[in-house]
Design a protein around this ligand. Structure first.
Ligand SMILES: NC(=O)c1ccc[n+]([C@@H]2O[C@H](COP(=O)([O-])OP(=O)(O)OC[C@H]3O[C@@H](n4cnc5c(N)ncnc54)[C@H](O)[C@@H]3O)[C@@H](O)[C@H]2O)c1
Length: 443
């Protein structure tokens, strides 16, 4: 099959690279600098395992990168749209990137096109796109607009794409002989193994499934975070409560880890966008509003501890932040809790030293004024406290003696509960974590 992927970001690049194992794929982006980089063999994002498959398929002439949308549309049959759908000022999904692409597709259709909407879009978007193309394209134009939301996780994207839990495909008026359905079955066959985990439904249901999945996961995270906050006030220990609750098969243990809030390019914006959809339909989806508020509050939990520890005066104090990305194994800092923490500390007149294995370049674009280090221990020299904002593996078993020697104040604010609570009691630090009683010995 000949496939265009329009939008070569975290989703589009992974999709294009993985599909090029079995098809001829053109990855298209209007960011020419990104396309130039890719054509030189450089990957603009950090995603483990991506480089190897990309190089192999470029060499075998199955994978191409271009900025030329119109002519590439004409030489391919399947157009997968994976452009960004960020939130607008109201919190709804901004679909301007999608509609720009649709306008060009409508003007370029030469033969049958299967237009696959992989970007996360609000319920009803595929139907809207279909009617836009019907109105503006040649009246003989043949095409289908279908929904195929993506569920991959950054950092595990290759594994997720190649071994999906499920594939959701939304097709309207789908009869036995649906061309769109047959094409989607062929495209995904190599990734389905023995499991029959491709689910066909109408486009509205498919679009809503994507938002519902992210909102449900965000809800679990916000629930355990709020429970952790209650634990801190009751001397209960969230580690034990989490295991006790999660051991119920009906509940399960996944996505029940307390922390400093969810971030990234999906959960925050998708929760907000789903809420806006409910408002547009004159329905107030109260839970969504509540979990969005809970998450904003959670991002400030460590700040509350920091201010309390330093008697509300942190002007000219220096803090070291370990971790900038919104989660480990990615360089993505969109909506990362670290950003909220840095902003707040700066507004109180504090100074910041930061270390992250791969997200420093992205953070520099937002906070050029803070000091960045390529070594996690160098970032600790003469600092008044260590803040852990991302649970990277190399933070999990550090040399505590070195940390103690380098810090001015022996205090750790652990936003990810990466250290064993019982062990921390004997290490000589003041230690604040989430949903566990603060350990105060030096103050
Ligand atoms: N990142 C994730 O983990 C993830 C997971 C599932 C779904 N999604 C959804 O997938 C979509 C893409 O997300 P992403 O994280 O890959 O975004 P991204 O910002 O990393 O990439 C989007 C790309 O689209 C390009 N683009 C924008 N307008 C364009 C246009 N008119 N023509 C050509 N290219 C254009 C941008 O230059 C960019 O490279 C979003 O709707 C997102 O919600 C993301």
């Amino acid at each position: 099959m000949k496939i265009s992927i329009i939008g070569t970001g975290y989703v589009g690049l992974v999709t294009g690279v993985c599909l090029s194992d079995f098809n001829t794929v053109y990855c298209i982006d209007n960011d020419k600098a990104k396309i130039n980089m890719l054509n030189k063999g450089t990957i603009p994002i950090y995603e483990p395992g991506l480089n190897h498959i990309m190089q192999k398929n470029v060499k075998n002439k199955r994978l191409f990168f271009t900025s030329d949308l119109s002519s590439t549309i004409q030489k391919t049959d399947i157009l997968i749209i994976a452009v960004g759908t960020p939130q607008n000022e109201k919190g709804a999904a901004d679909l301007s990137n999608v509609f720009k692409v649709i306008k060009i597709i409508a003007a370029s259709i030469n033969n049958y096109k299967l237009i696959v909407i992989k970007s996360t879009v609000p319920v009803g978007t595929c139907k809207k796109i279909e009617s836009i193309i019907r109105k503006s394209a040649d009246k003989n134009a043949q095409f289908d607009v279908i929904s195929n939301p993506e569920f991959l996780r950054e950092g595990k994207a290759i594994k997720d794409f190649k071994n999906p839990d499920r594939i959701i495909v939304g097709i309207n008026n789908m009869g036995q002989s649906s061309k769109a359905k047959k094409i989607m079955e062929i495209i995904y066959k190599p990734f389905l193994k023995a499991k029959n985990n491709i689910y066909f439904m109408d486009t509205n249901s498919s679009e809503l499934t994507k938002y519902a999945s992210n909102a449900m996961l965000a809800l679990r995270i916000s629930f355990i975070n709020e429970l952790a906050n209650l634990c801190s006030l009751t001397d209960a220990n969230i580690d034990d409560v989490r295991i006790g609750v999660g051991s119920d098969k009906r509940i399960g243990k996944l996505f029940l880890y307390p922390g400093i809030g969810y971030g990234g390019s999906c959960f925050p914006k998708d929760v907000k966008a789903l809420y806006q959809t409910s408002i547009e339909k004159n329905y107030d989806f109260k839970l969504l509003k509540a979990l969005d508020n809970a998450n904003s509050h959670q991002k400030q939990i460590l700040i509350e501890y920091i201010l309390k520890h330093f008697n509300s005066n942190i002007k000219n104090k220096t803090f070291t932040l370990w971790g900038l990305s919104f989660k480990p194994e990615t360089d993505d800092i969109r909506e990362a809790p670290s950003l909220a923490i840095i902003s707040k500390l700066l507004s109180h007149g504090a100074k910041i030293k930061a270390y992250d294995p791969i997200a420093i370049d992205n953070a520099k674009r937002i906070f050029p004024q803070i000091d960045y280090f390529n070594n996690m221990y160098d970032a600790l020299k003469n600092s008044d406290g260590l803040i852990i904002a991302t649970e990277w593996n190399n933070f999990k078993a550090p040399n505590f003696n070195t940390i103690k020697t380098l810090l001015n104040h022996k205090v750790i604010f652990d936003g990810r509960n990466i250290y064993d609570f019982k062990k921390m009691k004997n290490l000589g630090f003041d230690y604040y974590s989430i949903g566990r009683k603060p350990i105060i010995i030096n103050k």
